[in-house]
Design a protein around this ligand. Sequence first.
Ligand SMILES: [Zn+2]
Length: 288
Amino acid sequence: MKRLFVFTCIAFIVVTCNWDEGLDVDSDAGSDAANEELPLIITFIDVWQGDSSLFELPDGRVILIDGGDEGYGSSSVIPVLDAREIDTIDLMVLTHPHADHCGGLDEIMNHVTVLEIWDNGETNDTYPYNQYVLARNGEGATLLVPDRDYSISFGEVSLTVMHANDGYEDYNNDSLTIMFSYRNVKILTTGDVEREAQEDMLFLYGSALACDVLKVPHHGSSDFHESFVMYASPQHAVISSGTGNQYGHPHQESLDAYNGIGAVICRTDQLGTVEFTTDGTSIETNCN
Ligand SMILES: [Zn+2]
């Protein structure tokens, strides 16, 4: 009887601990009164010709999308992480397996702890991609290949996948495209999707593509859909590209389109790293 009582007590403690742990993981930490005034900080890191954006969430979690080309993880992304005393990335996303997006990720994984990784499931037999896979395997992080419409919330910040791997011949068009929402503010990150994938999203989402900050697809390539620009209709259009890049990004047609809707264009090749801070209502930025 005594043994049964002890077992029952232990079982109760274990169940209680697990339940508490579950609450910590799943609870809406961002809605805590203490977090009400904390901002969401989005940093488009200057990685020359490539992409890397950092999301620091109000509840303390950190999301990194892409890591620039080889060498830029070390030279550009890691200094930002260190300056902000970030030693853990809760979620790292590789939009698609091109070098200017995956090249720096192994350097980053070798420097900080990464808990979960999303990629689009495509492979690419290149040195930068293989280095990414090696580091990813060594990291032991959870790997997820999200489908379109996959959605998850971290506190008050929600992420919705609006485009995923659709089997396009061109890797760019399979880029993971994610809408971040925090209260009234929306940020759309697009990898390198081009006209065809943008057309898919227009058909599926229409006005739900509207956002306040847009990471302009494919470094401002001319291969875009005019209606995508109009439906996204961002206040700020961020173009991540490098001075003197071999592709001539950003292309004039893209600049004209975003100028045409009255967006403020934020170019990393002109401004360097571009940062936005929002409380979910207003937005502060170094790009005005
Ligand atoms: Zn790219």
